[in-house]
Design a protein around this ligand. Structure first.
Ligand code: GCO
Length: 465
């Protein structure tokens, strides 16, 4: 245990994403995105909510930067809306969009806050989607690299910290597998209007290639910068640590999930576990593509970590279809957050940082970690502001990350809490709050209030950020 109050040996930041916070969906020459279309389709999001206004960051960014400044935050991760810069996804640059991001970057820098830019956080240009279906077509590799080049040219003089794609494993599986996120493609035609088997795998494949192509351009244009993809990874902890079978099952499951995208990025090929399960369904990397991946490696692993589970061996199932549970061997149930997929499992943070270090031998930047606290949607504001649940989540996860650095030798660069502000939580609309700053959705001004957790983070990391 790290003593309470001891500072973390890595930097602190907070993160957001364009569609989740910006709003102003028809302003400033912004083109349409797949999330506009998806959220405007009846039945796709909680109570039909959308990001048209979101938390109006587009107009309020100066005030929000002032809030960060007061907290002493020195790092901010946000994403560019591809369609604000290239309304049709390719072609003419929209100067109004460029002006917005220039103002944002310059205001951050003037406030001593380092900008960290994500190029793509799920809002794909609708125009390109209509042309070729986005991440399931080779044309996306070219178009994404061209967009990345434009962004590096426009902002690379002032911004040195970049991310290519946010969590392909999430947008590919949810957008092309289960269809619960935009563009809502899936194999089950009773639920989705488009989609076919294997699109989720194709999406990962083209995402890996698009990422490497963008890294290649980056090295030319921003030679003094750093860049990575962000990946959503949980930890499979053996249900019974003294059972050989459970330990082996958890390891296989971990490699299968945790290596899904990172294995191709670091080896130029799918991992053994993926090949075993998907066989011929996996698009093969050609020798040229393998070379592209190997020659254009990222600078560190950008980890987004929220939840974990126990995995155990089931003799009636093929070896890779591992069963998982959220109850420990002693029958203790992991605490569930407000989001049904999110369980609080802080010790898994330390295990995961060690697993990544052993497998890839890279330094790590935690680009997202956070929680939706139970009942925050409905509770009176005063109660939500006292978010001890979130404070405890941060305290435990950060302390496990600190132990991984101080005792296990993990190279951890920094930690971004998700999220600066309550925001549009995709298919859950505004019903799940991940913010360290509360948004009063009933007020006409979308008023902001510090939650206890933002002050805890500020205090824990101290003035050194
Ligand atoms: C991600 C998601 C975020 C979510 C967060 C909470 O990058 O994981 O993009 O946008 O809001 O993960 O679910």
């Amino acid at each position: 245990q790290v003593p309470a109050g001891s500072k973390a040996p890595f930097f602190l930041g907070t993160a957001t994403a364009s569609y989740q916070v910006e709003g102003a969906f028809k302003e400033g020459g912004r083109g349409e995105s797949i999330w506009d279309v998806f959220s405007h389709t009846p039945g796709k999001t909680f109570e039909g909510q959308d990001g048209d206004v979101a938390v109006d960051f587009y107009h309020r960014y100066k005030d929000d930067i002032a809030l960060m400044q007061t907290l002493g935050l020195r790092n901010f991760r946000f994403s560019l809306s591809w369609m604000r810069i290239l309304p049709n996804g390719t072609g003419t640059v929209n100067q109004e969009g460029v002006a917005f991001y220039n103002k944002l970057i310059d205001t951050l820098k003037a406030a001593c806050i380092e900008p960290h830019i994500t190029l793509y956080h799920w809002d794909f240009p609708q125009a390109l989607y209509e042309r070729y279906g986005s991440w399931i077509d080779p044309r996306v590799v070219v178009d994404f690299a061209a967009y990345a080049e434009t962004a590096f040219e426009l902002f690379g003089d002032r911004v040195k910290n970049w991310f290519t794609l946010n969590e392909p494993e999430s947008y590919c599986l949810l957008g092309y597998g289960s269809g619960v996120h935009a563009p809502g493609r899936c194999t089950d035609r009773s639920r989705c209007s488009a989609g076919e088997a294997g699109e989720d795998l194709k999406c990962i494949y083209y995402s890996a290639l698009a990422h490497a192509s963008a890294v290649k351009v980056f090295r030319q244009l921003v030679p003094d910068g750093v860049i990575a993809m962000t990946n959503a990874i949980g930890m499979s902890v053996p249900y019974n640590a003294s059972s050989q079978e459970d330990v082996a099952a958890a390891q296989r499951n971990q490699a299968f999930n945790g290596g899904f995208v990172l294995d191709p990025l670091y080896t130029g090929d799918w991992g053994a576990e993926r090949k075993q399960v998907h066989g011929q369904q996996l698009p093969a990397f050609t020798p040229e593509q393998k070379a592209l991946l190997l020659e254009n490696q990222q600078d560190f692993i950008a980890l987004q970590h929220y939840t974990s589970n126990y995995a155990y061996y089931n003799k009636d199932k093929p070896p890779l279809l591992v069963d998982t549970t959220t109850k420990s061997i002693d029958g203790v149930q992991l605490v569930q957050a407000d989001s049904p997929w999110l369980y609080v499992f802080p010790s898994a943070m330390r295990d995961l940082l060690n697993w990544l270090t052993q497998r890839y031998n890279q330094s790590i930047l935690i680009t997202e970690n956070g929680v939706s606290a139970p009942g925050e949607y409905d509770k009176p504001r005063a109660e939500v502001l006292c978010d001890q649940f979130r404070v405890s989540y941060f305290q435990q996860y950060i302390s496990n990350a600190t132990v991984a650095v101080q005792q296990d030798g993990v190279q951890l660069l920094g930690y971004f809490a998700w999220s600066l502000l309550d925001n549009f939580e995709w298919a859950d609309g505004y019903s799940k709050r991940f913010g360290t700053i509360y948004i009063d959705y009933n007020s006409t001004g979308l008023d902001r209030y510090y939650k206890g957790s933002s002050m805890w983070l500020s205090n824990h990391f101290g003035l050194t950020g």
